[in-house]
Design a protein around this ligand. Structure first.
Ligand code: NAG
Ligand code: NAG
Length: 335
């Protein structure tokens, strides 16, 4: 090997070791160190680089059994959401040439697991989950609070989506609190969700858009309650019992963020996913899961006490938790 080559190789190894030492400490400086090493030597392979810095996965098939397992173990009382999410994601990821990006609209009261599910989806597609550079979370009241600035938000959002999808085709965009979002904002992203091959040289077909909303929570609860009153099992509720009610209901609800939105108008939402209101036993499941996550042994006394502190509705029947599992963590802290 020529001397220069050996020197460069040695330098690369040295930098790599240095980078490994830094890796344990801080991802950004690691990325810089590795970047420097690659630039200096041109010797580091992409594989090595991607072990330290986050790379956009080109063709990374989804591990459907891992996703299924995770949903079954961690998401309680949502047989419909589990089923639809699995079907939607495996179908989308196994399709080499999707004709449009995947768009999911998640509906249900607070605390029923919508945020949790989007987190799980993000983690199963990008290992750093919500912290990934390729996963973008927008919260209406935080990112788009002022009605007078809709024009600005529209421009910003279009630039961001375009920029991020150019950098990584499999980017994920999550819009939380859709019910508090001005519909105009969401209509600005419509072109990206449509069946275009490319827009200005960028293809959006591998991206995923997830919308979260409380809208439709009342309709979902009504269906669940009807089943309960008829003495039927919750698990008997099928998607067809809800899907139509939901998309029409959401379209006509002024506070859905999708109100008379062109997204629904043009059938750009692939799946409406209902989250059912949670019952007493599900709240207990949540408490146990939280204890397990904290590494403590499961104390059934505390499980019962935390669940008993929650309030339940409707007034008469008291079946469903007002806040779902939302306050379980803080209540557990208290006990
Ligand atoms: C997929 O996930 C399952 C369950 O976690 C695991 O046992 C299996 O090894 C994974 N498969 C691949 C190809 O990573
Ligand atoms: C990607 O999106 C983020 C917002 O999540 C934005 O701050 C950033 O500028 C975008 N990147 C590009 C290249 O547009």
């Amino acid at each position: 090997m020529p001397l220069a080559g050996r020197l460069a190789g040695g330098a690369a190894l040295g930098l790599l070791l240095a980078a490994q030492a830094v890796a344990a400490l801080e991802p950004i400086s690691t990325a810089i160190a590795i970047g420097a090493a690659s630039a200096l030597t041109g010797y580091l392979s992409k594989d090595v680089y991607c072990r330290f810095a986050e790379c956009c996965p080109k063709e990374q098939p989804l591990n459907a059994s891992a996703l299924k397992l995770e949903l079954e173990e961690k998401l309680f009382g949502q047989h419909l959401a589990t089923e639809v999410i699995l079907k939607a994601l495996t179908g989308f990821r196994n399709n080499k040439n999707p004709k449009k990006p995947l768009t999911l609209s998640l509906h249900g009261w607070a605390g029923t697991g919508k945020n949790f599910v989007s987190q799980i989806v993000a983690e199963n597609l990008h290992s750093r989950g919500l912290k990934s550079n390729f996963v973008h979370l927008f919260v209406s009241t935080l990112h788009f609070p002022h009605e007078q600035q809709i024009k600005l938000y529209q421009d910003q959002l279009q630039k961001w989506i375009q920029g991020n999808v150019s950098a990584c085709a499999s980017s994920i965009f999550i819009f939380d609190e859709m019910d508090k979002l001005h519909p105009g904002v969401i209509d600005a992203i419509k072109p990206f969700l449509d069946y275009y091959e490319q827009i200005d040289g960028v293809s959006y077909r591998k991206a995923i858009f997830i919308f979260l909303s409380n809208a439709g929570g009342d309709l979902i609860t009504k269906v669940a309650l009807d089943f309960w009153l008829a003495g039927r099992k919750r698990e008997e509720i099928q998607l067809k019992d809800l899907e139509q009610v939901l998309s029409v209901g959401v379209f006509n609800n002024k506070h859905s963020g999708l109100w008379h939105s062109r997204l629904i108008d043009k059938n750009l939402i692939d799946y409406f996913i209902p989250f059912l209101p949670l019952e007493y036993t599900h709240v207990k499941d949540c408490v146990r899961a939280e204890m397990k996550a904290r590494g403590s042994t499961i104390d059934e006394d505390i499980v019962t006490r935390v669940a008993d502190e929650m309030t339940f509705f409707p007034k008469e029947e008291k079946i469903y938790s007002d806040k779902g599992c939302k306050t379980v963590q803080s209540r557990l802290d208290f006990h």
